[in-house]
Write a protein that binds this ligand. Structure first.
Ligand SMILES: Cc1cc2nc3c(=O)[nH]c(=O)nc-3n(C[C@H](O)[C@H](O)[C@H](O)COP(=O)(O)OP(=O)(O)OC[C@H]3O[C@@H](n4cnc5c(N)ncnc54)[C@H](O)[C@@H]3O)c2cc1C
Length: 196
């Protein structure tokens, strides 16, 4: 029986997506979905355009023999993707421990490298690769990682003629998630599992 090439494409996409989700879940933990992000309307926000409309969805899209329910039909704008990605990275940095384990340092480095290869905006990914070459990721502690991230975000800001963010205020802008009983603590934290 002939194989539908679209099905093969979807299977590949699903594998990549699962891989990225697996890496991200190492940092965010299983409770992110039920938590709100703090500070999204913060006074320290330097952007005036944070309310991009969400991509439209349809209840059912016909693709050959396959019905894909609830999938987005509108491409995500570069700006929206950027805001979502920075939110993920800064929130992760806010939760990154003062004394990370070796595994956590390795994971965060890998995550950043994977982003620079797989970020779904080619121009941005290539730009980010150059930035990483000049600014290797700093993972020694919460302060190191969040300041490094603020710095590289500012490098991108400058290249886009956006205002530079004052990095001494990064902890005020990007707080930790509010979760009961340390439920948002990233997996592998020294306090939960001991040092690796
Ligand atoms: C890795 C990466 C590379 C990108 N490269 C490109 C590119 O080459 N070309 C392109 O057009 N777009 C690129 N983008 C998208 C771009 O950076 C913005 O996300 C997008 O233009 C939307 O900008 P924004 O003004 O809404 O705020 P964003 O830059 O998305 O920032 C979101 C919020 O973060 C806060 N913030 C801003 N700067 C900092 C900082 N330094 N530290 C901490 N918090 C801060 C502000 O409150 C701001 O509202 C890239 C995004 C990422 C994640």
């Amino acid at each position: 029986m002939p194989v539908n090439p679209l099905l093969a494409l979807f299977e590949n996409f699903e594998q990549v997506s699962n891989f990225v989700q697996h890496h991200l879940s190492n940092f965010i933990g299983p409770h992110l979905q039920s938590s709100g992000l703090p500070g999204s309307g913060s006074l320290l926000s330097i952007s005036s355009s944070t309310k991009a409309p969400l991509a439209k969805t349809t209840s059912s899209v016909q693709l050959g023999d396959t019905a894909v329910k609830g999938k987005s039909t509108t491409p995500v704008p570069k700006e929206e993707l950027g805001r979502a990605t920075w939110t993920l990275l800064h929130t992760l940095a806010a939760q990154y421990p003062d004394n990370p384990t070796r595994q956590q340092k390795k994971d965060v480095k890998e995550l950043v490298q994977i982003l620079s290869r797989m970020y779904p905006c080619r121009e941005c990914a290539d730009h980010f690769k150059d930035i990483l070459r000049a600014n290797p990721v700093q993972t020694g502690s919460h302060a190191e990682f969040s300041q490094w991230l603020c710095h590289v975000h500012n490098v991108v800001n400058r290249s886009l003629d956006k205002p530079v963010f004052p990095c001494e205020r990064v902890d005020a802008r990007w707080g930790k998630l509010e979760c009961e009983q340390k439920a948002c603590e990233i997996i592998g934290s020294t306090s939960l599992f001991g040092k690796i």
